[in-house]
Structures are given as structure tokens and as C-alpha cells.
Design a protein around this ligand. Structure first.
Ligand code: FE2
Ligand code: FE2
Ligand code: FE2
Length: 181
């Protein structure tokens, strides 16, 4: 069951990665460059989650039909941000807690790790998107400093580069900065 959940989470994260790139472009077209940068940064974190889940499956390979929830809709940035908030909160409150219970019951250490990394980052993503939506809904771009992404676990933070990742302990060189222009 954990392998199936990891495949589904891989699919969900892969779609989130792409969806946020599309929504970044839309935000930039609407002249919200910081919202665009936020989407691009978080897209990079979702890539880290997808990669983590893929590796956690180890040698369990082959062709599978994969079902995963994924939000759709190419709309105005305010609506896209709401879609992003809904998706992140679903992962935080329903999807990953359920998957984690199963992974723990099955003592699947790699799955527990990659899912724990994801849920920690998704909480931050939801909060950052909520803040950005407030700005956009009042007709302004988001106020956003440098955004730091850990490419190992997807840890996401606004501000300076940490010496090491507080979640997975990866060193500075594993971070990507989405810098304020
Ligand atoms: Fe994610
Ligand atoms: Fe996320
Ligand atoms: Fe990390």
C-alpha cells in the first residue's frame, strides 16, 4: 500500500510542480512578479518532493496506472492562488496524514521520511500562498524577500540562506535561492 501511495504522491507532486510553473507565468503576465517568483520557488520544492517519493520506492519499478488528485484551471491569479491553497491544505490535512499512518503501520522508513519532508513544506506553502492572495485581492503584488528552497526535502523559507536545512540537515550547497529582484 505504501508503494501505491508513493506513486500517487509522486504523481500529485509532479502535477503540482507543473501547475505552479503555469500559474507563475500567468502571475507574471498580470504584473505580479513576486507572486510569479513564489510559484516558481514552490514549484521547485514540489520537484524535490516528487524526486524524494520516486527514490523512496527504490527498486519497485514497472508500469503502473497511477491515480492522483490534481487541481486544474487556468484562471486569474487570485483564483489560481486559491487553487494552490486548497491543494496544499488537502495534502496537509488529509492526504499525507493518511499516507503516513499506513507507512508507519508498514514500517516503511523511506516512505515515512519522504512524506514527512513533504508535509512540513506544504504547511509553509499554504501560509505563503494565503499571504500572497491577500495582497493580490487588494490589487497589489505580494511583498516577498528571497525565497530559499532545499532541493533535498523541499523546505521553503523566506529570508537568508540557512547554514543547513532545519528539516533534513542538508548543507547550504543543496539550496536554491529565488532572489528578490
Ligand atoms: Fe509537495
Ligand atoms: Fe506544496
Ligand atoms: Fe532539507
Amino acid at each position: 500500500m505504501t508503494a501505491a501511495n508513493l506513486r500517487s504522491a509522486f504523481a500529485g507532486e509532479s502535477m503540482a510542480h507543473m501547475r505552479y510553473m503555469v500559474w507563475a507565468e500567468r502571475a507574471e503576465l498580470e504584473k505580479f512578479p513576486n507572486v510569479g517568483r513564489l510559484f516558481r520557488a514552490i514549484s521547485r520544492a514540489e520537484q524535490a518532493h516528487a524526486t524524494g517519493h520516486f527514490k523512496a520506492m527504490g527498486g519497485v519499478g514497472g508500469d503502473f496506472l497511477v491515480a492522483a488528485g490534481g487541481g486544474f484551471g487556468y484562471s486569474k491569479t487570485s483564483d489560481n492562488l486559491q487553487g494552490a491553497i486548497d491543494g496544499e491544505l488537502f495534502e496537509v490535512n488529509e492526504m499525507y496524514p493518511a499516507y503516513l499512518e499506513v507507512a508507519k503501520a508498514q514500517k516503511e522508513a523511506a516512505g515515512i521520511r519522504s512524506m514527512t519532508y513533504a508535509i512540513e513544506a506544504e504547511k509553509v506553502h499554504a501560509a505563503m500562498y494565503q499571504k500572497a492572495k491577500k495582497a493580490v485581492d487588494s490589487g497589489k503584488d505580494a511583498a516577498l524577500g528571497d525565497v530559499q528552497i532545499c532541493t533535498v526535502c523541499g523546505y521553503t523559507a523566506e529570508g537568508g540562506l540557512p547554514d543547513s536545512c532545519p528539516i533534513c540537515k542538508a548543507k547550504k550547497r543543496f539550496f536554491v535561492t529565488f532572489a528578490c529582484q
